[in-house]
Design a protein around this ligand. Structure first.
Ligand code: F6R
Length: 606
């Protein structure tokens, strides 16, 4: 999704904008642009494609030189990726960068046309820019307050006015935007990771707030122009967290960060052999009172929720409904005040998950956010929050965020089982001991790297694949399949192994490899029968299983063996080779691993 930055200070503004925009590349984008004050006028440079195109363009046309400006990476929504549709938009008096969607832009455009405004792009952002220009009365804050009253939709906006060359203005509703503050310099940015090199200190902007930023001062106003006192936050993330640190891709780095990320999520929440989620606001009393649990998320986070459902139902015997956020919000769900609603999200900004959270709140349910990005919208809007401590995830394909989401699911399941007295204190202690061993076992799973590389070389020419498993292995295979397709562009589907013979098995030929996951003892014989069925029909079979499984060589082609633990936690181990297989397949295909086509890291539009 779009990325926004803004800088005012003593450094060369173009350098800072390009550097910080490069840290937002992971969000996914198809054009980029900047607007910089140079000798009293606003110089705009923008280009379709990656930042490198913008740099090349400036090499030819000249690079704006100044100390105050705004920048943008655009992920096209209204209008194709093109130079004209790229941000910044505006005119000689004003320039803006915008993330989000102005829903009533068509009516506003008609109104502005009648007032004599002409439009060159197809974007809703140009309409917003010209609306601000229309209301401009010489006082930027008044102007923005007036403008806000006329727009519907979501926005994070950075604005510069020609008449105020030492100021950046910003406002937000439902789209991420923060204010970074350093020594003699200030920033706006879509996330803190993009400006970590310059500062760790930042303010969060709430919905409807308007910010006036100069080199040494930040003022935030409400819509009545009252000044709002803001709390200063300091990021704990390491500067290196947003760098590749010697790895070829962020994805590979993040796969390797999983042992430490899982440790950071689990260890502080296990005390005296008991899970302790009280810091999130989830007291034992509350937990014991819920009749049903709803877990809502999108994509990989939804797959973590699926694992959560199996584990919570098995351990705590509480009914769990998992929903895709975009489905939940439109199906008039039966959620009510005695239920617990959980939203899982790495970014904490996913529009559908956020909308589902609002719906659950309206229905009176208690809401818990399991979120990675501190201070993100979902984290702030839920009643309770459990942060997953993975550090910034830059690669579009989620890996470490999935692992920490699984860890959060396990903690919740064990805590709930304990509170509901479904397990004895000895069983609880054993489970927490198993959890604390996970980081070192995940480390061991990384040793399957070479086998995964070999497997990838056998899968790379396939047109389509099936991932199969039963129970928790099925839940995990959904994630394995998503990982492969999103970065290798090879079609794949995950299937409950027992369901194959009800239709899908007709697809099996020697041209349809099958990745089978078999870590659940009670289901292994059944899964092995399904493997035999696909093998008999010519499929090449890759099996991911525990090290003790005895299996005849002739029914599988490649076996990836994993250390074993309590089988409820095996998804955390089996996820590693599935991620590595996807990674190496994408590398072999020469794809852009970290920024796969058409995808955005944080999906802030519906
Ligand atoms: C896939 C992936 C996506 C995200 C999904 C939700 O690798 O990363 O499927 O999981 O877009 O994003 P968050 O977790 O930020 O809500």
């Amino acid at each position: 999704m779009c990325g926004i930055v803004g800088y005012i200070g003593n450094r060369d503004c173009t350098d800072v904008l390009l550097d910080t925009l490069s840290k937002l590349e992971y969000r996914g984008y198809d054009s980029a642009g900047i607007a910089v004050f140079e000798k009293g006028s606003i110089k705009v440079k923008k280009s379709k494609g990656k930042l490198v195109n913008l740099v090349k363009k400036m090499d030819v046309e000249g690079r704006p030189s100044g100390h105050c400006g705004i920048g943008h990476t655009r992920w096209a929504t209204h209008g194709e990726p093109s130079d004209i549709n790229s941000h910044p938009h505006g005119n000689r008096r004003i320039s803006i960068v915008h993330n989000g969607i102005i829903e009533n832009y068509k009516e506003l455009k008609e109104l502005l046309k009648k007032e004599g405004y002409a439009f060159e792009s197809e974007t809703d952002t140009e309409v917003l820019a010209k609306l601000i220009d229309y209301y401009y009365n010489g006082d930027p804050v008044d102007t923005l307050i007036n403008t806000l009253a006329h727009i519907d939709g979501s926005y994070g906006v950075g604005i510069v006015f020609r008449d105020f060359p030492d100021h950046i203005y910003a406002m937000r509703k439902d789209s991420p935007l923060i204010l970074g503050t350093g020594e003699n310099e200030n920033f706006i940015a879509s996330d803190i990771a993009s400006i970590l090199k310059y500062t760790r200190d930042y303010y969060l902007i709430e919905h409807g707030e308007i910010c006036d930023i100069t080199q040494n001062e930040i003022k935030v106003f409400d819509t009545h122009k009252n000044i709002i006192e803001k709390e200063l936050h300091t990021a704990t993330w390491d500067v290196d967290a947003a760098e590749k640190g010697g790895y070829e891709h962020f994805m590979l780095k993040e796969i390797h960060e999983q042992p430490s990320a899982v440790k950071l999520t689990l260890s502080p929440r296990i005390k005296n052999s008991l899970p302790d989620l009280s810091e999130s606001g989830l007291t034992a009393e509350k937990l014991g009172s819920y009749e049903n649990i709803y877990i809502i998320a999108c994509g990989t986070a939804m797959h973590a929720a699926m694992v959560g459902k199996y584990v919570i139902e098995k351990l705590a015997r509480v009914s769990v409904t998992v929903d895709i956020a975009s489905e939940f919000r439109y199906r008039d769900p039966l959620i009510n005040p005695t239920d617990l609603f959980i939203a899982i999200s790495q970014s904490g900004e996913t529009a559908d998950t956020k909308a589902a959270l609002h719906l659950a709140k309206d229905r009176g349910a208690d809401t818990l956010a399991i979120v990675n990005v501190v201070g993100s919208s979902i984290a702030r809007e839920a009643d309770m929050v459990l942060y997953t401590n993975a550090g910034p995830e830059i690669s579009v394909a989620s890996t470490k965020a999935y692992s920490v989401q699984l860890a959060a699911m396990y903690l919740l399941a064990v805590e709930l089982a304990n509170v509901k007295k479904r397990i004895t204190s000895e069983e609880c202690a054993k489970l927490t001991e198993n959890l604390l061993e996970l980081p070192s076992l995940i480390e061991k799973c990384l040793e399957t790297k070479e086998m995964c590389q070999l497997t990838a070389s056998k899968l790379v020419n396939a047109n389509s694949l099936l991932y199969i498993g039963r129970g928790l292995d099925y839940a995990l295979s959904m994630e394995g399949s998503l990982k492969l397709k999103e970065i290798s562009y090879i079609h794949s589907e995950s299937y409950a192994a027992g369901e194959l013979k009800h239709g899908t098995i007709s697809l099996i030929t020697d041209n349809m490899p099958v990745v089978a996951v078999a870590t659940q003892r009670a289901l292994i014989e059944k899964t092995v029968s399904n493997i035999e069925e696909v093998k008999a029909r010519g499929a090449m079979v890759v099996l991911v299983c525990g090290e003790s499984l005895e299996i005849e060589d002739k029914i599988v082609d490649y076996v990836i063996r994993l250390p074993e633990t309590n089988e409820m936690f095996m998804p955390s181990l089996a996820a590693i080779p599935l991620q590595l297989i996807a990674y190496y397949t994408s590398v072999l295909k020469g794809n852009d691993v970290d920024q796969p086509r058409n995808l955005a890291k944080s999906v802030t539009v519906e």
